[in-house]
Write a protein that binds this ligand. Structure first.
Ligand SMILES: *Cc1c(COP(=O)(O)O)cnc(C)c1O
Length: 386
């Protein structure tokens, strides 16, 4: 059976990895090397220097490429390192269309780093395809898409947005961090490059920072490899090993993340202290049908608006005991945070409110603990505040 015929869960464990020929070691070793012996000048066995290539990293890159259904994977020292490498493809004067609710770090690198290099950006509501089309210019080289988005869980139509990008000969990049390839494979929907923060679900245990890009296009991959090596934001072999360990259990973890999140979304939706729940798995979610088509399940992230003041909501997230008050997401443990006071506090209040990021909005990364303990924890935190 060729690798490509195997199902996701099998490839998650085996793709890119063969037992070591010499020792039989089952797991990919941590190749802690900066350099490699050459048999004669220029005559090496595939590796010269670990910024350019490292065998532990190669196994991870091949594994991730397989999971995204792509040909080529490239790993970076962080999700931002991966995003930066996509930006390296552009030149001054180029224009980028991005979602108006992209990850904060993505907004920051676009506006505070690349605008300084004379790149131009338009941030639009990417659920509004006419608005995206209107924003396209002759100089548009990239359409940047996230789905589902953070923290309001809007779902973007990758097929439609990739089509708009391609009408203008622009690339379509999709940040697939929230969904993971277990739930959504953007290359199947026309994206040119998929971006990941491996820090989140793919690593899955809140113990590393890393990023990745996957593409099907050999020329594009060669350019990405050039910038990966030239800029040098590459991950060390220990972090690559940890992500390889994480991807093996991605399927079972995601199943539980989704099951717990769906249960809690429905429970919160029926709760009288909760004004609104943002979760694409709820039928009341405006993009529920699109999510059901584009994704295999609805993910482990949800947000909800308490019937409360900023202070009461802050108190609430301080009272949880199983949910940890922390930024980040995608680990086995449940995390909770208040965007208006934490991840999105840098956005001026008026802009925040206009974007739907109200003071009592709570974002949760639903972990894989027992769902009854998670539900009881949210209830005891409500009892403590109200
Ligand atoms: C965390 C995150 C990033 C940035 O990744 P790092 O690994 O923290 O550099 C990019 N996009 C999304 C959607 C994220 O959640």
């Amino acid at each position: 059976m060729s690798d490509e015929d195997q199902r996701f869960e099998t490839r998650a464990i085996h793709a890119g990895q063969e037992p070591d020929e010499e020792t039989g070691a089952l797991m990919t070793p941590i190749y802690a090397n900066s350099t490699y012996v050459q048999d004669a000048p220029g005559d090496h066995r595939g590796y010269e220097y670990s910024r350019t290539g490292n065998p532990t990293r190669t196994d991870l890159e091949d594994n991730l490429a397989s999971l995204e259904g792509g040909e080529f994977g490239r790993c970076f020292s962080s999700g931002m390192g991966a995003i930066n490498t996509v930006m390296n493809l552009l030149e001054s004067g180029d224009h980028v269309v991005a979602g108006n609710d992209v990850y904060g770090g993505t907004h920051r690198i676009f506006t505070q780093v690349y605008e300084e290099y004379d790149l131009e950006f338009d941030f639009v509501d990417t659920t509004d395809h006419a608005a995206v089309r209107d924003a396209m210019r002759d100089s548009t080289e990239l359409v940047w898409v996230e789905t589902p988005t953070n923290p309001l869980m809007n779902v973007n139509d990758i097929d439609a947005l990739a089509a708009v990008a391609h009408e203008h000969d622009a690339l379509c990049a999709v940040d697939n961090t929230f969904a993971t390839p277990y739930l959504q494979r953007p290359l199947e929907h026309g994206a040119d490059v998929v971006c990941h923060s491996l820090t989140k679900y793919l690593g899955g245990h809140s113990d590393l920072v890393a990023g990745a890009l996957v593409t099907d296009d050999e020329d594009l991959d060669e350019r990405l490899a050039f910038y990966q090596n030239s800029v040098g934001a590459t991950p060390g072999p220990f972090d690559c090993f940890l992500v390889l360990r994480g991807t093996k259990s991605l399927g079972v973890r995601m199943d539980r993340h989704c099951e717990n999140a769906q249960h809690l979304a429905e429970w919160l939706d029926a709760h009288d202290r909760v004004e609104h729940v943002f979760y694409p798995g709820l039928e009341s979610h405006p993009d529920h049908e699109l999510a059901a088509e584009q994704m295999d399940d609805f993910g482990g992230m949800l947000s909800f608006e308490l019937d409360a003041s900023l202070e009461e909501a802050s108190e609430f997230v301080g009272e949880t005991e199983v949910f940890t008050l922390a930024e980040s997401l995608g680990g086995v443990e449940s995390l909770i945070e208040q965007p208006a006071a934490m991840t999105h506090a840098a956005i001026p209040k008026e802009e925040r409110e206009a974007a739907g990021l109200t003071d009592p909005l709570i974002r949760a990364s639903i972990g894989i603990e027992h769902v009854d303990d998670l539900e009881a924890d949210l209830q005891q935190a409500m009892d403590a505040v109200f």
